[in-house]
Design a protein around this ligand. Sequence first.
Ligand SMILES: [Zn+2]
Length: 470
Amino acid sequence: MENRKILIRGAKAIVSCDAADTVYEKADMVIDGQRIEAIGTGLAEKPEYSRGFDEVIDADGMFIYPGLINTHHHFFQEFVRNLVTIDYPNMTVPEWISRIYQIFQEIDDEVIYYTSMTAMADLLKHGCTTAFDHQYCYTVKSGKRPVDRQMEAAGQLGIRYHAGRGANTLPPSAGSDIPEKMVETTEEFLQDCERLVNLYHDPKPFAMSQIVPAPCQPMNCYPETFRDTASFCRSRGLQMHTHLGEGECAVMESRWGMRTPAWAENIGFVGPDVWVAHAWELTKDEYELLGRTGTGVSHCPTPALLGGFPILPMKQMQEAGVNISIGCDGSATNDGSNLLDAMRLAWMAQSWYTKERGGSITPYDMLKIATVNGAKSLGRADLGSLEPGKAADMFFIDTRKLELTGALHDPKNLIVRTGLTGTTARTIVGGKTVFDGTRLTGVDEYRLAEEGERVCTRVLRQPFPAVWTV
Ligand SMILES: [Zn+2]
């Protein structure tokens, strides 16, 4: 693939999301291997391309956008979707945890493989080209294999994959709400991080896989897990991640005399190499702490809405310098992995508070949150926008469809504003078409779906019939 020259010809518009917010009209794009070489009009006729191209993609009638970047997920939860018995909006968090962990304890590495395939297929078909997953489900049956199985799935699908290696180290006897069998020691966790970094972490531009050490949440880990993770990551130049500000601050204050942001700062788990999921229970001063230290926030609108949690004050957070990105979150609190849908929900939720908060962000701001800001949180200067020198990660929308008629004058705001949440007309990762608008090109989708259904039944539905009974 490295030196293949590709021409994308005659796009109706290319929304670059570059610093000048350039929108190219009637434009071509030249791709060299993984890298964008040029964007502009009439490129095909230029003498330097007289030798021709290995592939020409006709983009007549297409709007092209930078690939979306998902910054929080738990793929392993895909097989607990659409369950009336796990009614998140009507459950308390402890009720939900005690029910869901009974099932999580039985997950094996086959479940990890097929759930990862399911989530990443959904992501790719809806425009996401780089996915981060926070994998913290380590059971007796899964052993240490989950991230290895996820890497296998990501490679087959052709998605760019950042694996968060999670862990819970605090046993129930010390106050955590994680089953004993799923608790690991800090040494075990960091040894496995080291193994995964050696196997899969590629620090170079256009990397297809990276590793992100990611203790699950401060409430269910010893402080040294976070302290040692930060020093390990900083010695290896890795990003790090956790859950923060999702309702645990009171417990943290009673345990350590500090709310979680102050605790994290005290322990060294803040900085431009850290981003956290949720952060909906934080105060203005705490958002300023995140902004001042360069710590990013992954906003996951679906679980926030389903759980009835506060809606982030995004404008205020951005004014405080917080880099906000977006995530689907795990399927136990979001029954789909569609970032287009998440962008739409997040923007609508912001608009709900427009009057009392002095204005809302624009639909185009939401697109940049899902692209430019996501790349920044993952530490990827080569992703997030369509510019020469950056990775050729993008998706196409077919504007010739009748339902878009009359809305095409503003490509930047179109997707979020009109609620375009269906599958893309094409998704390209690193110059390679991984979804052609009809099928995933790297895998036999129907065969995988059938196998995945069988694994779900064998490992989860049969052992827990009451959970799946309608
Ligand atoms: Zn989460």
